[in-house]
Structure formats: C-alpha cells, structure tokens
Ligand binder design. Structure first.
Ligand SMILES: Cc1cc2nc3c(=O)[nH]c(=O)nc-3n(C[C@H](O)[C@H](O)[C@H](O)COP(=O)(O)O)c2cc1C
Length: 376
C-alpha cells in the first residue's frame, strides 16, 4: 500500500474541503420524538466526527411529517426541527469533519414499524404504544406488497407541495450549518417510486417513459441547486438497480445521472434495491463491495463523481476502490456502528504514521505516549 493513501487525500467539492474520502452513510436511528433530534442523535453523529470521518451524514430527515418511515424518524419540516440539529452541525465542524443532511420522503413506505418492532406495516402492538397509522401517498395507488398500506396517487397539488417542502427543508438545513445536502432518491422511497416503472403507472407528465418518470427527481434537483449555495455540494442517492424483473436498470440510472450532472449535482451516492421489501432490502446478491460496480459504471458512463457504499469494511479495499477509479468517496454504514473510530484506525492500517495527530487530542496525546512506552 502506498504511504500517501488516496483515502486520506483531502477532496474539494465546490468550496467544501473534506479532510479525507471517508463518509458516514445516512443511518436512521428511529429514535426521534415527533421528528426532533435529541441527545441520542447528537451522540450518534458526534462520535463519527471524533472518529475521523471526512463527511458525516445525518439519517434521512423527512421533509413532511407524513414522509417519515416510522414514528421515530428525524424531520426537517419546521424550524424547530432544524434548530434541534444546530448543535450537531457545530460539533461536527469543531472536530474537523463536514456535516451533511439527507432529505427524504418515504412515499408508500411511510407509516411502518421501527425495525425492532417488526419492520412491517403498523399493527395492533404499535397502536397500543400510541403509534397511529397515517395515510401514505405515492406516484400510483400501488402498495409495496400485499398487506401494506395502499397509497393515494399523488395529485399535481401534492407534487407541488412536496417540491416546496424540499426547498424549505434545504433552506432550514443551510440555516443551521449543514455544508452538504443529499436528496434521497433510493431504497423504494418516494422519488425512487417515481423513477421505477414498477411503482409509477401514471399517465400524466410525471409518469410513462423514462423522461416522465425522471421528471420529479430532476425538478427537485433543479430546485435544490437553486436553493443550495453555489459553493456547496449536493449529492443524490440512487438505487442504481431495482434487481427486479421489469424494474430500473443500470442503464436507466446512467441516463438519470447524466441529467443530474447537467443540473449541477456533484456526487451520485450509489446504492441499490429497496423498491419492495423493507428498508434497504435490495434484491441483489450481497458480498463485500457489492454495489461498487454501480459506482464505477455511473462514474465512467455519466462522467460524474460517485460515492461507493455497501459492505465496505476493510481500509485496504476502500483504498483499492479509489485507486481503481471506481468511486471518489467511500461511505461506511454498519461498520461505523461497530467501530465509530473506523477512519482513525484505517489511517493506521494504511501506514500513515502521524503520531495520532488525527485523533482528538484528548485521546491522541495518551495513545501516542502509550505507543512509545511500549517501544513501538
Ligand atoms: C441502521 C441503518 C439505517 C439506515 N438508514 C438509512 C437512511 O436514513 N438513508 C439511507 O439512504 N440509507 C440508510 N441506510 C443504508 C446505509 O446508508 C447504507 O447504504 C447501508 O447500510 C449499506 O452500507 P454498509 O454495508 O456500510 O452498512 C441505513 C442503514 C442502516 C444499517
């Protein structure tokens, strides 16, 4: 391995400088009350900034209260929701990392159980906890599966108010110090439901061919580019493939990525699946780096920077993905839950010897002394 790993080479996106190419992927905590961030969210996100990541994403923040997946999701639908995140952004910056927010609407996958309560439609046990069912909307009145809520097909009025909610969510995010925003267009949530021919059977201009199905995502991206400062980057998360017969293919996603690039989206965050089944249940085979080929194909064929994510756990492998030109950023999810200091350990694993200078001094000072005392 080279002594100047790409993983630890800073990256400039517009005028935002990331100290390295490690990103903490958005991870719902299902722990908010009425959409408001609390101490849990602070501690959860703070540890990744202390742990050396370059960019730290919040979980999906719902732009409308009905766009939450569960009762425990974070929201960004009022100023109070944004203000609850202000100390998070301030602390992330104080640790040398960059704070990022993911904006989302869950569409027909809204109003479901927290994973540990069953990950299915809300039932009597949830109602006993006071968690009521709310009506859900989607491009077409097609439920995700049998037994799931039947969404109402969105009217043009619903679409306009959704677009306004994304604009408002972005303005609020900016006001409380986020430097990067991502539009969630993946995992079977609302924008993905518009993109996929399996969930979008509309006959108006928001459905039909790929142009129609992409329209809402492109309009929201265009609005976002206007609402978000020119010197700050915007990401868009895709499910690169549905992995279901008749669903989205990598070729469709490359078409979308080219259009997003032309609008001024800076990075495509390359996930997959989730159109049917819970959360990120991709109907694709999983193995280390299983989504890296999507990041590579989109980067190559749409000529736009990409973020690779999904079962990337080894620093050497992360470095290889960057060296091979398969992606520009590496997102870590569950491995960061296992080890919030993943980035700091990765630096050591890749042979960067900086005497713990990247660690918070409160730990690094001691660890350096300990290493020397042990004669290492
Ligand atoms: C607890 C948990 C919550 C997640 N929440 C989100 C989310 O809010 N938005 C999103 O786009 N992906 C979400 N994901 C998917 C992750 O961002 C990531 O793509 C996925 O876990 C694969 O990466 P990994 O193998 O490094 O964990 C979540 C994953 C986990 C494990």
């Amino acid at each position: 391995m080279p002594s100047n790993p790409l993983l630890f080479t800073p990256l400039e996106l517009r005028s935002v400088r990331l100290r390295n190419r490690i990103v903490i992927s958005p991870m719902c905590q299902y722990s908010a009350v009425d959409g408001l961030a609390n101490d849990w969210h602070f501690a959860h996100l703070a540890r990744f900034a202390m742990g050396g990541a370059g960019l730290v994403f919040t979980e999906a923040a719902a732009v409308q209260s009905d766009g939450r997946i569960t009762h425990g999701d974070l929201g960004i639908w009022s100023d109070a929701h944004a203000q609850a995140l202000e100390r998070v952004t301030a602390f992330i910056k104080s640790q040398g990392a960059v704070p990022a927010i993911q904006l989302a609407h869950a569409g027909r996958k809204a109003s479901m159980q927290r994973p540990w309560h069953g990950n299915g439609p809300l039932d009597a046990s949830d109602r006993a906890r006071g968690e009521h069912v709310w009506a859900v909307m989607a491009p077409s009145a097609i439920p995700m599966d049998t037994g799931w809520l039947v969404p109402s097909a969105m009217t043009l009025g619903d679409i306009e108010s959704l677009k306004q909610s994304f604009r408002d969510g972005l303005a609020r995010s900016l006001a409380v110090g986020f430097e990067v925003a991502e539009i969630h267009g993946a995992h079977g949530y609302l924008l993905h439901e518009f993109l996929s021919p399996l969930s979008n059977k509309r006959s108006d201009r928001y459905g039909g061919d790929i142009e129609g199905r992409m329209r809402l995502a492109l309009e929201i991206a265009t609005d976002a580019r206007a609402a978000w400062p020119q010197d700050k980057p915007l990401f868009f998360r895709v499910s690169a493939v549905d992995g279901i017969e008749g669903g989205l293919t990598i070729d469709d996603t490359i078409v979308l990525a080219r259009r997003l690039e032309a609008i001024g989206i800076d990075v495509i965050d390359c996930s997959s699946g989730g159109l049917m089944g819970s959360a990120t249940a991709a109907r694709v085979k999983r193995f280390a780096g299983f989504q890296v080929p999507y990041a590579a194909a989109i980067r190559r064929d749409a000529d736009i920077p990409t973020m690779a994510v999904g079962l990337i756990t080894e620093p050497q492998y992360a470095e290889e993905v960057l060296r091979n030109g398969e992606a520009d950023l590496i997102a870590i999810g569950r491995e960061a839950l296992s080890n919030p200091n993943w980035a700091l350990h990765a630096e050591e694993a890749l042979g960067v010897d900086n005497e713990y200078a990247s660690w918070p001094v409160q730990a690094g000072w001691w660890l350096d002394k300990r290493k020397k005392a042990m004669g290492k």
